[in-house]
Design a protein around this ligand. Structure first.
Ligand code: ADP
Ligand code: ZN
Length: 605
């Protein structure tokens, strides 16, 4: 363990292990198997990288994310670790060179795609060279229930059979119990030490808001909170992706579209720019994400409600992998709720599938309409209890007001009932507010007792109320036709006055966030902001010269520390988190020069 700590400090430049990292590292060094469940950004990589350096032989990392291997290997080389990868993107010669390096015992870490590892030739090669450990990354790919099933993963038990003395570590960020059980069973990890970490991502701030013009609100959010930072905006359709990207570009941001309808080359280019340049926004359908390892994504925004909390959690989880403050922001409106409800009735899927989909959507809408801590509800869904409200979600920061909406709800529900459960939201509101529209007159609905009984509320208020009634399952929406509303079983006790209903008040127009923002991490003082920018510029230059993403040089958190502490010597640099010996040597003088220069400009010398 002494050696592990030494490597943590001198190679990776970190002072302490995080969470259970040290126990996991210890387990592997002693030659035992481990099963690790940690959320994105938890620090899974070090768990096998360090033991691979401590143990004799090469550490073999199995990963399905071929697109990531290059960056991972680049990052390791930057800190002086001898790493390489083997996958189908290389030509035969490059592959031979890597195999040769394995044979000559010149590698500490080797990343391989599963299909490659399973080739007899590869297994032969490994049988003849010392192997430090096998790391099975994205282990949920072994599960048929998971979302990224890979057949080759099920054959990985061969590792255990052919290399019984080599320790294995399986890692995943997927939470649900069924997938976990399947990983352990399929990979024969019954005896492995288990490390189950909390799923909480305390640095992510959850904000969900409802109302009109979500786009305008998105812009205000980006402008106010992330004026120059990288983020992802998720939309449901390709069309909307294109529109929103163009719209953000008009407002002066670099915003690139990403969806399955774009040519492969365009997608690749946009993804590369997102990774390599600073402050790019990607506007994408859910096709974008798997294999995005960018640590400094500062916000993930949703302009549509995802279909499940699993999807929401996975997508928002791409923000703030570096542990620095990040935002998960979502806007939705009545139409979203209606569309989602309709979509459910629409599928030709079998009954069981529908029931599951229904349940998942219910939970998702529940999160949207919540009036208590969002993080608590999210974690509870994944089977984890948060003892206190989190203090870092929109509801904790600005608790919404609620009002007794029982009477208003009764008016709306009985209006739906008396008009025959055949009409959509707009018609119902027109009847409630007493509009003498031609259609309403023709249907004889002006004579109904519910005609005009809701005149005391404005149109926008009724939309707000109906949205919540639909979201909370008092009303159902017809899948075909024009979205007729129908009462559900849940509506009856409410209509009969057996239960009362509290709804949230609509937020005041453009509820500007008050200064209740307490970020878990100290923000940069204004005086250091210019230096931070200068350091970022230098980092971008170095990254371009070496054609690696900027974060491979230094993370934002390291730059921030440099900007606020302004080190002037190697000894002072060693103290900064994220600067190990190799980076000190390669970049130390560069960054000290920037600090000196900026300090002169700032008039400090
Ligand atoms: P995961 O694979 O679990 O998503 P990573 O291994 O990519 O997470 O780590 C996330 C971030 O945390 C990386 O930027 C990594 O450098 C950083 N990190 C990991 N362990 C530590 C540590 N002990 N101290 C400081 N930073 C760490
Ligand atoms: Zn909260």
């Amino acid at each position: 363990m002494e050696r592990a700590r030494h490597i943590l400090r001198t190679v990776f430049g970190y002072n302490n292990f995080r969470h259970q990292q040290s126990e996991i590292v210890d387990t592997l060094i002693e030659g035992r198997d481990a099963f690790v469940l940690m959320p994105t950004g938890g620090g899974k990589s070090l768990c096998y990288q360090i033991p691979a350096l401590v143990r004799h032989g090469v550490g073999v990392v199995v990963s399905p994310l071929i697109a990531l291997m290059q960056d991972q290997v680049d990052a390791l080389k930057q800190v002086g670790v001898r790493a390489a990868f083997l996958n189908s993107t290389q030509d035969a010669e490059a592959q031979r060179a890597v195999e040769q390096a394995v044979r000559e015992k010149e590698l500490d870490l080797l990343y391989v795609a599963p299909e490659r590892l399973l080739m007899p030739r590869m297994l032969e090669l490994l049988a003849r060279s010392p192997v430090a450990l096998f790391a099975i990354d994205e282990a949920h790919c072994v599960s048929q229930w998971g979302h990224d099933f890979r057949r080759e993963y099920q054959q990985l038990t061969v590792l255990h059979e052919r290399f019984p003395t080599v320790p294995r570590i399986a890692l995943t960020a997927t939470a649900d119990q069924r997938t976990r059980d399947e990983i352990v069973a399929q990979l024969d990890l019954g005896n492995a030490a288990r490390f189950i970490h909390s799923f909480d991502r305390p640095n992510i701030r959850y904000t969900i808001s409802e109302g009109n013009s979500p786009r305008e609100r998105l812009w205000r959010f980006i402008e106010r909170e992330h004026a120059a930072e990288a983020g992802i905006v998720y939309c449901l359709s390709r069309n909307k992706v294109e529109q929103v990207a163009a719209w953000l570009e008009e407002r002066g941001r670099v915003a690139l579209p990403y969806h399955a309808g774009l040519p492969e080359a365009t997608r690749r280019e946009n993804q590369t720019r997102f990774l390599r340049e600073d402050g790019v926004i990607i506007v994408a359908t859910i096709a974008f994400g798997m294999g995005i390892d960018k640590p400094d994504v500062r916000f993930v925004a949703h302009l549509n409600v995802p279909k499940s909390l699993e999807a929401y959690y996975q997508e928002t989880g791409r923000a703030g992998r570096d542990g620095q403050p990040a935002d998960a922001w979502m806007a939705y409106n009545l139409q979203d709720v209606i569309n989602l409800r309709r979509m459910l009735g629409d599928t030709d899927a079998n009954e069981q599938f529908k029931r599951i989909a229904h349940h998942k959507l219910e939970a998702m809408l529940g999160l949207c309409e919540l009036t208590s801590c969002r993080r608590r509800a999210l974690l509870a869904y994944f089977g984890e209890r948060l003892p206190q409200p989190c203090g870092n979600c929109d509801i904790c920061l600005q608790p919404p007001k609620t009002w007794d909406a029982t009477e208003a709800a009764q008016k709306a529900l009985s209006c739906v009932y008396r008009t025959g459960q055949r009409f959509g939201v707009n018609y119902i509101i027109d009847v409630l507010t007493g509009k003498e529209e031609q259609r309403i007159v023709a249907n004889g609905h002006v004579r109904l007792s519910t005609f005009g009984i809701g005149a005391d509320f404005r149109l926008s208020q009724w939309r707000h109320i109906l949205r919540q009634l639909i979201a909370q399952g008092f009303l159902d929406v017809d899948a075909d036709g024009h979205g007729a509303l129908r009462l559900t079983q849940a509506a009856r006790p409410l209509l009969r006055g057996e239960i009362s209903l509290q709804l949230r008040e609509p937020p005041p127009r453009d509820a500007a966030r008050k200064n209740t923002r307490k970020r878990p991490v100290v923000e940069l003082a204004a005086a250091d902001q210019a230096l931070f920018e200068a350091l970022r510029q230098r980092r971008l230059q170095l990254a371009r010269e070496q054609s690696v993403p900027p974060y491979v040089i230094f993370h934002d958190s390291t730059l921030r520390e440099l900007a606020s502490r302004r080190p002037r010597s190697d000894a002072e640099l060693r103290d900064i988190s994220g600067i190990g010996e190799q980076k000190l040597e390669r970049f130390g003088q560069d960054f000290i020069a920037v600090i000196q220069e900026q300090s002169e400009i700032d008039g400090e010398l």
